[in-house]
Design a protein around this ligand. Structure first.
Ligand code: G6P
Length: 611
């Protein structure tokens, strides 16, 4: 939700800021803007629409100055217009702010500031921050920001620029913020991906941190009174992602690149974690005793990660034979969940910064439960604050629609289930050697799946693009996959799609199936094969055009489906890792056939840091 950046150093700030905003554009792309200071003069340029608009407006016209802040917006308060674009200025035009987050108490603050004579130009919550800063500013930006932040409620990351100071000041409170440390220059950003061009050394700020950033100096303080002891400098983190990881290379879209990166991503998820027939999950900070005592498991996430959570439920129940719940984080946090000190809450998230998932973790902690984060981004809030962490190691994911993070999450869950089984002295399904062999073969099988799926997905994608609807069916672990296929299709192609447990369709929704409606069935599970066949008959009898994704060895589909994608023969519990590929490629092909903006679909943002 919105990306913020700041630069102070020796290079001209404007192009630096715009490039770094580009790296954060997956966080929102409703408008973009920068403010650059030079000798006490600040130039602001901001425009609705994507960052290209801002870049075009600045071309040949870049303001001088080596210090500035920038913003790419996902609109919450106020439509995506030029006045609502960030940065926002105070009444004097000397102070500027950009925000990622929400100031929940802005109406009260706005009333107070209006009474004190401040003039507001925008409809945003953010503008109150800079007018409040104006109230407190007397030439010391750090001191004024601390007083300002202490008055704000909500979740926010803010970066400030003052015309008369050669430093930036920023605050983190329940929204991500890092400082990339260079030689003679420093970069502030919402996410590590935006600083990889410049450095692999970062300070990950913590809640309550107020940081002053100059070209050669970084000071960290706090605005939280309860943190009486000053935090001093944060520990420097060395990031193992490379700048090339965030470039598109020869691919037309990040999404396609990331789909094709899946064999490598899954390989990294597995790397070093299987040794001499044992699983080694070093980051797991739960003792065998703690694991044995657990009597309930809860998997919680949002969006695509929630579909991984649904898979996690099937998997953990099957392997551990204990009850497992799977919840959407925005529901879990408010549904008074039954948790105890013997519960494990597993939080799945690519970014580790999704507001509802973080709140679910806090809810779990408040109820005494243990938490485990399955997370991609190192140093993210979930990774730092959960009791234990299992990194998915998929590498940076830039496209808004999640792909490789998902398959890495599924793989991490398989590792986790087997690890927990070991600690609880439960046998693995399929036998130990067999299962390890298949785990290690997953990357190669993904490679094969990409090859067999690509041409067929193109045909199906084009057909589905004609719309208006498409249905995805599945049972057992194929059901979350059907949901993921429908979500992918909706989010990037805007074709209406629904996913159903195949047996449930007849309880109402089958009324929507008519002549020519495409129905794609995921049917990789032997135990429900015949049931799936019956369900396909049901939709076919009502005129549906039917397609199926099966595992090698599927039979009896002749005359029942128009076309089949056949996945390599892996154990049934592993098939979702492979079946994700057709789910993703069908959506991708439909979206490109419709000439959609695949990497930045309308109305969405990759990292949802507000409720
Ligand atoms: C957004 C993204 C989805 C993602 C979801 C959860 O909605 O568009 O692709 O699955 O957030 O994000 P997380 O970072 O927690 O996995």
């Amino acid at each position: 939700m919105c990306g913020i950046v700041g630069y102070v150093g020796r290079r001209t700030a404007a192009p630096m800021l715009v490039d770094r905003l580009d790296d954060l554009s997956y966080r929102g792309y409703d408008s973009a803007g920068i403010a650059v200071a030079n000798d006490g003069v600040v130039v602001v340029q901001k425009l609705p629409g994507k960052i290209e608009n801002l870049r075009a407006a600045l071309a040949g016209n870049e303001p001088p100055g080596t210090i500035g802040i920038g913003h790419t917006r996902w609109a919450t308060h106020g439509p995506p217009t030029q006045v609502n674009a960030h940065p926002h200025a105070d009444c004097t035009g000397r102070l500027f702010v950009v925000q990622n987050g929400i100031i929940e108490n802005f109406p009260g603050l706005k009333r107070e500031l209006l009474e004190r004579g401040h003039e507001f130009r925008s409809q945003t919550d953010t503008e109150v921050v800079v007018h409040l800063l104006e109230e407190y500013y007397d030439g010391d930006l750090m001191a004024a920001v601390k007083k300002t932040a202490a008055r704000l409620q909500g979740s926010f990351a803010l970066a400030f620029l003052a015309a008369d100071e050669g430093r930036l000041v920023a605050v983190r409170y329940h929204a991500p913020l890092i400082v990339g440390v260079g030689g003679g220059e420093n970069v502030l950003a919402s996410d590590i991906t935006a600083v990889l061009q410049d450095t692999n050394k970062v300070y990950v700020l913590e809640n309550g941190d107020v940081v002053s950033v100059e070209a050669n100096r970084i000071d960290v303080d706090t605005f939280l009174p309860e943190r009486a002891k000053k935090p001093g400098e944060r520990q420097l983190t060395i990031v193992d992602w490379r700048a090339e990881d965030v470039s598109k290379n020869e691919y037309p879209h990040y999404m396609l690149k990331e789909i094709y990166e899946q064999p490598r991503a899954v390989e990294r998820t597995l790397q070093g974690r299987i040794k001499d027939g044992d699983l080694v999950l070093r980051e797991m900070d739960l003792t065998p005793e703690q694991i044995r005592r657990l009597d309930s498991f809860h998997v919680v996430a949002c969006g695509t990660a929630y579909h991984a959570a649904l898979f996690g439920k099937y998997l953990l129940e099957r392997v551990l034979r204990v009850p497992v719940t799977a919840d959407i984080a925005s529901e879990f946090r408010y549904r008074n969940p039954i948790l105890s000190a013997k519960s494990l809450v597993i939080l799945i998230s690519q970014s580790g910064e999704t507001a509802d998932t973080i709140a679910s973790m806090e809810e779990a902690h408040a109820r005494g439960a243990k938490t485990l984060a399955v997370v991609n981004v190192r140093g993210s809030t979930l990774a730092r604050e959960a009791d234990a962490v299992l990194y998915t190691r998929a590498g940076p994911e830039i496209a808004v629609a999640s792909t490789k993070a998902f398959t890495a999450q599924l793989t991490a869950l398989i590792l986790l289930a087997c690890y927990l089984a070991d600690q609880r002295k439960v046998d693995w399904p399929y036998g130990r050697d067999e299962l390890l062999k298949h785990l290690l073969e997953l990357p190669a099988n993904l490679e094969r799946t990409l090859e067999v799926t690509a041409p067929t997905a193109k045909t199906w994608g084009r057909l589905i693009a004609a719309g208006p609807d498409c249905y995805f069916l599945g049972r057992n672990v194929d059901e979350p996959l059907a949901r993921e296929a429908a979500l992918k299709l909706k989010e990037i192609s805007y074709v209406h799609a629904e996913a159903y447990p195949a047996g449930e369709l007849k309880h109402g929704t089958i009324a929507l199936i008519s002549e020519g409606t495409p129905v794609v069935s995921f049917m990789t599970q032997e135990s429900v094969w015949d049931k799936m066949i019956s369900n396909i008959h049901e939709v076919r009898a009502r005129g549906a055009r039917t397609f199926a994704v099966v595992r090698e060895g599927g039979y009896g589909l002749e005359d029942l489906v128009e076309d089949v994608i056949t996945l390599p023969a892996v154990p049934e519990l592993f098939t979702p890792v492979l079946a994700a590929v057709p789910a993703q490629l069908i959506a991708y092909e439909a979206a490109t056939a419709l000439e959609r903006d695949v990497d930045q679909p309308r109305n969405l943002a990759k990292s949802v840091t507000v409720e």
